[in-house]
Ligand binder design. Structure first.
Ligand code: GLN
Length: 308
């Protein structure tokens, strides 16, 4: 598939057609700082491996990265720990809400996969235990991938999550009780909330993940960010688990590795082509953005991007 400048027009038209969907979802409010965000915003961006970026809407407006941060954390942990990581976290879909606790008890503190909250908290433990300053290392990684020095963690969102993170704390303490968390729980949670609070926009996010569409090599700087095998593995996990308990439906309808966050963004990786990002804060009952789902589904259909 060769992108053309017409793609911008297509993106603009698709965005305009989404207007009626704005009222169908609900902005996340279990993190009070996110409840303040205006729900009538939306953007879509496509970054291609040859260095082009197409976009429509508020594509330079910052939003909260939230669970999409789990991808970057996972890549960092895979790079540091190698295959040992997979003794502490599984690679199976959970079929449960992203913050579910029940399965974790049954499965003795081993999270189903690294992109549900329990798995990402486990990954945060690996980062805290293997980097001298994990929060800075996370931001440095994102700055390297985007080439944008100004990427930061929003202090209000960070604080809000720290104050309202009881469920995540429960997950972390449960894993600690099974011996699957090495560091102290408060330190692990601080890292996790800090990476979730990263502020980023659609264009930057699309560019930052190009390496996953390019066998681990970030185009532009030509750096090997992770091994080819690990890029495949991350895409496999995103295909089966990245949209939580809507992952099956997303594979069925869209057919791309993808990840959502409660900030309202979704990223979809199109191997050998590029990355699509879409953002709009109102979420459906699975915690996935209603408008971003529609934008990515429609684009994948129009451009024939499904991998299956
Ligand atoms: N920080 C959020 C949480 O832990 C991330 C969840 C998400 O984006 N799905 O609940």
């Amino acid at each position: 598939m060769k992108p053309s400048t017409d793609l911008t027009t297509t993106l603009q038209q698709m965005l305009a057609q989404c207007q009626p969907l704005y009222t169908q979802g609900k902005v996340a409010d279990y993190i009070p700082a996110l409840a303040q965000v205006d729900g009538r915003q939306a953007a879509v961006a496509v970054a291609t491996l040859d260095g082009q970026v197409f976009s429509a809407g508020a594509a330079e407006q910052n939003f909260s990265l939230q669970s999409i941060s789990k991808i970057f954390g996972l890549v960092m942990a895979m790079n540091r720990l190698g295959d040992e990581l997979w003794q502490r976290v599984n690679m199976e879909p959970s079929g449960q809400p992203f913050n579910s606790i029940v399965q974790l008890e049954w499965e003795k503190g081993i999270p189903r996969n690294p992109v549900i909250n329990a798995g990402a908290i486990l990954v945060a433990d690996v980062l805290v235990s293997h980097y001298s300053a994990s929060k800075t290392a996370f931001l440095t990684f994102l700055r390297r991938l985007t080439g944008v020095e100004a990427i930061y963690a929003d202090p209000l969102v960070y604080q809000s999550e720290l104050e309202h993170g009881n469920r995540n704390a429960a997950l972390a303490y449960l894993m600690k009780s099974f011996g699957n968390i090495e560091a102290e729980v408060p330190q692990v949670l601080e890292h996790y909330f800090h990476q979730c609070a990263t502020a980023i926009n659609c264009k930057q996010l699309a560019q930052s993940l190009l390496f996953l569409a390019n066998r681990g090599v970030q185009p532009g700087c030509n750096e090997q960010i992770c091994s080819r095998r690990d890029a495949h593995r991350v895409n496999a996990i995103l295909s089966t688990s990245g949209m939580y308990d809507q992952s099956g439906e997303f594979a069925f309808k869209v057919g791309l590795p993808a990840k959502s966050g409660v900030g309202g963004a979704i990223v979809a990786i199109v191997p050998q082509f590029g990355v699509i990002t879409a953002w709009s804060p109102p979420l459906n009952r699975f915690g996935n953005s209603v408008v971003a789902m529609q934008l990515i589904s429609q684009l994948a259909e129009e451009l024939g991007l499904s991998l299956f």
